[in-house]
Design a protein around this ligand. Structure first.
Ligand code: SF4
Length: 289
């Protein structure tokens, strides 16, 4: 158990680092409560009070994962199976979250209608899946499968780092390609993300000693756009510095007050620590008044 003397242990992963950056207090409550979660990967079902956008993201991601598993087994991909999977999952999501959707994601002057909500979410998910089959997957036709949805670890100094790439392949030129599915749109002004650099560092250490033969790509299922990055040495050095700094903080800070709250309406509404967080509660009270 974690105590006021600190956490027993929290390994570094992109998701733990993102949680810490987004709200250190939420990070504290997540790992003070459950410090035996060694990989640091989040495991939140879309039936568990996720916002509708996050539910669509989770469902589309899982539908694609199921199709890649068919590819791994040498089977043909099935558009019909993917659409059916998305439909069933989103129906279940709306039925499990009617209160949340009615109270927090429906405009004050509109009436919540579960049937309309299901149709709307399913239509959106089907559009992503169509894009995957029509635009995205044909671009993998010459790739060789290596792994997908596999949890792997490596170390930076004494710190353990976890990754869970969506898909790794070799393209026809022999590049090691790491692909991450995104249901959100791309941001042309963003720097290469920490997530991409983490995949690149892992690939470099475990699979491909030549950095310029590593390609990390975000594939946006809303548009079919591929955003490709080739990592450089400076980016990997910066990432290692951040990993050391985060792990040092997590190993030396020990009290709740050491982890400042960083409230924002959307974050706090879906935060599992809201019942223990005065900052989040007072922000939502102000929003609702
Ligand atoms: S309720 Fe808001 S401020 Fe409080 S821990 Fe959660 S995200 Fe952070």
């Amino acid at each position: 158990m974690a105590t006021e003397q600190g956490f027993d242990h929290v390994d570094w992963s992109y998701s733990t680092a993102r949680l810490y950056q987004s709200c250190p207090r939420r990070f504290y409550h997540r790992y003070a409560r459950s410090s035996n979660q060694s990989s640091g990967e989040e495991n939140q079902s879309e039936t568990n009070r996720s916002p509708p956008g996050a539910a669509i993201g989770s469902v589309v991601h899982d539908c694609i994962e199921a199709q890649i598993e068919r590819w791994r087994r040498g089977e043909r991909l099935s558009f019909q199976a993917a659409q059916t999977q998305a439909t069933d999952r989103l129906r279940a999501y709306v039925e499990a979250n009617e209160d949340l959707l009615a109270n927090e994601y429906t405009d004050d002057d509109a009436e919540f209608n579960p049937g309309d909500q299901k149709r709307s979410l399913i239509r959106t998910a089907h559009t992503h899946i169509e894009r995957f089959f029509q635009v995205i997957w044909p671009q993998f036709s010459s790739h060789t499968y290596i792994l997908h949805e596999a949890t792997r670890s490596f170390t930076v100094d004494k710190y353990t780092v976890w990754v869970r790439p969506d898909l790794c392949t070799r393209n026809k030129d022999g590049d090691f390609v790491v692909t991450d599915w995104k249901t959100t749109s791309s941001d042309p002004f963003s720097e290469p993300s920490v997530q991409l650099l983490t995949y690149a560092l892992w690939s470099h250490l475990e699979y491909e000693p030549e950095l310029d033969r590593i390609l990390v790509q975000l594939v946006h299922t809303s548009t079919g756009e591929f955003v490709r990055t080739r990592p450089d040495e400076d980016g990997l050095i910066e990432l290692k510095t951040r990993i050391r700094s985060d792990c040092h903080d997590w190993g030396t800070r020990c009290k709740e007050k050491d982890f400042r709250p960083n409230p924002a309406t959307d974050k706090c509404r879906s935060c599992e620590a809201l019942d223990r967080c005065e900052s989040g509660q007072s922000l939502l009270k102000t929003d609702d008044s």
